[in-house]
Design a protein. Structure first.
Length: 83
């Protein structure tokens, strides 16, 4: 007898997996921003930490990940942002 795997191809299951992946990417980018600043020994005030953690835009988070390698102050992450 063949195993039944039709549930995994169901549109609801597919959508849930896609949403989970997107959420996982957001969580990882948030962690990357904060981890990079920490590894660079840059002080991260609570206001900056909260703004990063509250962001749900993966494109903006990627910009902040890239900026985290160059900034000298955590608030510089947000320079030129239209948020």
């Amino acid at each position: 007898m063949m195993p039944v795997n039709y549930f995994f191809k169901h549109p609801v299951a597919v959508k849930l997996r896609e949403e989970g992946r997107a959420e996982g990417r957001i969580v990882e980018r948030i962690a990357s921003v904060l981890r990079t600043l920490d590894r660079r020994h840059i002080d991260v005030p609570d206001s900056v930490r909260q703004r990063v953690r509250n962001c749900t835009d993966p494109d903006l988070l990627q910009i902040w990940v890239d900026r985290a390698y160059d900034v000298t102050d955590a608030a510089e992450l947000f320079d030129d942002d239209q948020v």
